[in-house]
Design a protein around this ligand. Structure first.
Ligand SMILES: Cc1cc2nc3c(=O)[nH]c(=O)nc-3n(C[C@H](O)[C@H](O)[C@H](O)COP(=O)(O)OP(=O)(O)OC[C@H]3O[C@@H](n4cnc5c(N)ncnc54)[C@H](O)[C@@H]3O)c2cc1C
Length: 464
């Protein structure tokens, strides 16, 4: 392994996606289409893909400020996860057992569909059917895993899951300080940038138009609805679709709908065979702990370990500067945690470190909605679990707009956008408090199994 300096702000996935990333031509002049989609990430592109698949004659166009995959879709952890954004016990509590069951089954099915579509459309997204492996590194984390398993079992959904003892978990992957684990056979990992870029090509192959370097500056609902862009005015005979997720907080009228929260990832250089022998992880599972600060790990095709965690402190006014994600100081705790998990990586170079923004709805539930009278649709709010859920949501929205056979329309996420986030500075105070409290809860738990006095309060305050 050669010594390399860490490149902060460099996105491993985009660099290794195989495209030269030259932007497609921007919109130059006014345009009229049937469906105009803001956002060239998974949500916008899945919506376009499923619309065109069912309605080949529809005129569908995607308007992307940068290039497809610039947002969270090209930078995430690569978990194509069977876990829905709302936790299973929360789904059960809010909507009842039947709806919880239906939602989880739909999520499992879409994970399989994504693999199938990659095959059909010849998208080499490194789709790897490794399932999930959640490990517990403290007693609190173990209790949390046991409660998760119990919830799946209670709903009759535990057939592909199993609890593991410490030794069994270690036999799969040698992480320091493991008390137990839970496996779930369903679930895959993907190379997200290859998926999102391949999906863009699949949309074009079906007749969709994609304009890159085209910022939408305003949305005008109505009959017809319109998008104002820097390249011209777009008239949408049937619908405009807002698929900008976290970035919608910068669009006039939408700044309190979703909270932009960052998540950050560090990636090792490729590991040699001897190091992999010591680590194990032959099953390529999507690996995580039960920490509140969310550790998520992926093994890449070229032999790197990606270690993701919660990101930078929230900035007042929902600002999302790219520069805030390139600060080396923010990544040092993540690198230290990675080396604590795998002491064998002590001297292994960290090649890439990057972050991205994801959108958190105030009530934690995504929203898939089409207001036919106003010609306005939206698809967003996955709180960091959007790789698979965006396909489920996009497919559902395509059914609503395209008037094709309804798909998953009875899930609770099919609803108008939820309540708004608090105004500033209340929002900043609350969010920063929760970010800080979660870090303290993890630290106390890891130190001696304790909890700060305000732990219950902080958990009750958090939307997820
Ligand atoms: C670091 C990180 C790790 C993550 N890990 C995982 C994971 O492992 N598994 C998982 O399931 N989820 C994960 N997520 C979440 C997941 O990536 C997102 O939920 C998903 O990609 C959202 O897709 P999207 O298309 O809705 O949004 P985005 O991918 O953010 O796309 C929105 C697009 O809209 C464009 N846009 C916004 N505003 C405008 C405008 N005004 N005009 C024109 N274009 C505009 C943006 O440029 C952007 O390209 C992670 C997120 C991050 C940031």
């Amino acid at each position: 392994m050669s010594e390399t300096a860490t490149r902060y702000g460099a996105i491993y996935w985009m660099e290794s996606c195989g495209d030269d990333l030259t932007p497609r031509a921007p919109l130059a002049g006014d345009a009229t289409v049937d469906v105009a989609i803001l956002g060239g990430g998974f949500s916008g592109l899945w919506t376009a893909y499923f619309l065109l698949k069912a309605n080949p004659d529809l005129k569908v166009a995607v308007f992307e400020r940068h290039i497809c995959g610039h947002g969270a879709s090209g930078r995430n952890g690569g978990w194509c996860s069977p876990r829905f954004p709302v936790l299973i016990d929360e789904l059960e509590k809010q909507f009842g057992a039947d709806v919880a069951r239906k939602t989880i089954r739909a999520q499992h099915a879409i994970v399989e569909d994504i693999g199938r579509i990659c095959d059909e459309e010849r998208i080499d997204a490194h789709y790897t059917h490794g399932g999930l492996l959640a490990i517990a590194r403290t007693e609190r984390q173990l209790a949390s895993l046991q409660a998760t398993y119990a919830a799946y079992d209670r709903l009759g959904l535990a057939e592909d899951s199993a609890m593991l003892g410490a030794g069994e978990a270690q036999a799969r992957v040698r992480v320091s300080r493991v008390l137990g684990g839970m496996t779930t056979a369903s679930g895959a990992s993907v190379h997200p940038a290859r998926l999102v870029r391949g999906l863009a090509r699949a949309v074009e192959a079906r007749g969709g138009r994609i304009y890159e370097g085209t910022e939408v500056t305003a949305v005008r609902p109505g009959q017809p609805a319109m998008l104002e862009t820097r390249g011209g005015m777009v008239t949408a005979r049937r619908a405009v679709v807002l698929a900008g997720e976290a970035y919608l907080s910068g669009l006039p009228g939408w700044h309190r709908q979703l909270l932009p929260i960052s998540s950050m990832i560090v990636a090792t250089a490729p590991l040699d065979a001897a190091t992999w022998d010591q680590i194990g992880w032959a099953g390529h599972e999507s690996l995580s702990s039960q920490a509140y600060t969310k550790d998520y790990l992926t093994r890449t095709r070229d032999g790197r370990i990606l270690f993701g965690s919660r990101g930078a402190p929230y900035l007042a006014g929902s600002r999302m500067p790219e520069a805030a994600l390139a600060d080396p100081a923010l990544y040092q705790p993540i690198i230290a945690t990675l080396r604590d998990w795998f002491p064998v990586l002590r001297d292994v170079p960290i090649a890439h470190a990057w972050g991205g923004y994801l959108g958190v709805p105030r009530d934690g539930l995504p929203s898939v909605h089409f207001d036919r009278a106003r010609g306005l649709a939206n698809v967003f709010g996955y709180t960091g679990r959007g790789v698979a859920t965006s396909a489920l949501a996009g497919r559902t929205l395509a059914g609503l707009i395209g008037e094709t056979p309804a798909y998953a329309c009875d899930l609770p996420m099919v609803r108008a956008p939820g309540r708004l986030w608090e105004i500033e500075p209340l929002r900043w105070v609350g969010v920063r408090y929760i970010q800080n409290a979660f870090a303290r809860i993890d630290a106390a738990d890891f130190r001696n199994g304790g909890a700060p006095v305000d732990a219950k309060f902080a958990k009750a305050l958090a939307p997820i």
